[in-house]
Design a protein around this ligand. Structure first.
Ligand SMILES: [Zn+2]
Length: 337
């Protein structure tokens, strides 16, 4: 084996999910798990190591668009409230735009949202979008112990799999809540059959994220021997500082010219950008119509810029190529390597 270098990611037989191919023969080959530990780098956190995923430079660069499918009033405002129907109409707004550009996205579906709108989840899958999980009820992983996290994960995974008939193998934690203190969650994810995670925000910000974490898709190995792919959302690095670029409030509030400049920079460098959105970010009338005592500060912080999100997203889709997030990682089971 060529020591891992020279292995490239190629499209799978169906032209969809990529696999790893031996450059000498062109034949599919296992993801290399060679004994050359020199290829693994220390993250500097809890003994977790990583190695970058080699990029196939013969394929055009694609970015990835992800949507955390949840309802604002239950997931953000008050977890004890029921899930409302608002997220369904907002999701259709996003789907309409994605269809306009023929883009397939990745939906991290909250279990409660799947229970509320099962036909929507089936439709996402039938339309070719990637459907993964965002946990069951939006409890942050930082508030769970390993057993609670495992139960939440299994319930959420089974729920979506029952609806789509397809395996769920990707996860994004509520509020990016895999942080330095709970990296054990990576072991639980691998143990529950997950292939990739997109929960580690690669900078420290407002109570989440891990400063200095690798910014691009990579493979992780925990001290317990578990392996997983990690696909962080997009950031920019400027003179030692990192700036969030991938979505949320930053996408709503940054002028589009700044977002475009950031995305062009990543694109020019050949680095895929993972963007993330929520259905409620394209629901500008929510606070006027919701009959909830939402403080004005929350309205400002959560609502500002919503009216412009679809237009900004349209500009992004018009300029940059996008694919589901799964296309950024090799699809073979790490256990088969
Ligand atoms: Zn969420």
């Amino acid at each position: 084996m060529a020591g891992g270098t020279g292995w490239v990611i190629r499209p799978g037989p169906t032209g969809g999910a990529p696999s790893v191919a031996d450059p000498a023969t062109g034949q599919p080959a296992p993801v290399p798990t060679v004994a050359d530990d020199a290829l693994w780098y220390e993250t500097g956190h809890a003994g977790v190591r990583y190695r970058p995923i080699p990029r196939d430079k013969t394929r055009p660069l694609c970015h990835a668009l992800s949507i955390d499918l949840e309802d604002w009033q239950q997931s953000v405002f008050d977890q004890s409230l029921p899930v409302s129907n608002r997220f369904v109409a907002s999701t259709y707004r996003l789907l309409e735009l994605l269809d306009e550009f023929g883009v397939r996205a990745t939906f991290f579906v909250l279990g409660l949202a799947a229970e509320k709108a099962p036909s929507l989840i089936r439709e996402l899958h039938a339309c070719g979008h990637e459907v993964q999980t965002h946990g069951y009820d939006h409890t942050q992983v930082t508030a769970q112990d390993p057993d609670e996290f495992r139960r939440d994960l299994r319930k959420a995974k089974a729920l979506v799999e029952d609806l789509t008939g397809a395996e769920v193998y990707g996860f994004r934690a509520p509020r990016f809540s895999i942080v330095e203190s709970n990296l054990w969650a990576l072991d639980v994810l691998a143990d529950c059959g997950f292939l990739y995670d997109s929960s580690i925000f690669p900078m420290r910000i407002r109570g989440y994220g891990i400063g200095g974490w690798p910014r691009y898709e990579h493979r992780l190995r925990t001290p317990g021997g578990a392996e997983l792919f990690e696909v962080p959302v997009a950031t920019l690095a400027l003179r030692g500082f990192r700036l969030p670029l991938g979505g949320g409030g930053y996408f709503r509030l940054f002028p589009y010219a700044c977002i475009r400049l950031g995305l062009r920079w990543l694109h020019w460098r050949g680095m895929p950008a993972v963007l993330y959105f929520h259905p409620y970010e394209v629901d500008p009338d929510a606070f006027r119509e919701l009959n909830l005592p939402v403080p004005w500060k929350t309205r400002l912080h959560q609502g500002l810029g919503r009216r412009g999100v679809l237009d900004k997203l349209r500009e992004v889709l018009d300029e940059f190529p996008f694919a589901p997030l799964r296309e950024l990682i090799p699809q073979q089971r790490l256990s088969e390597a």
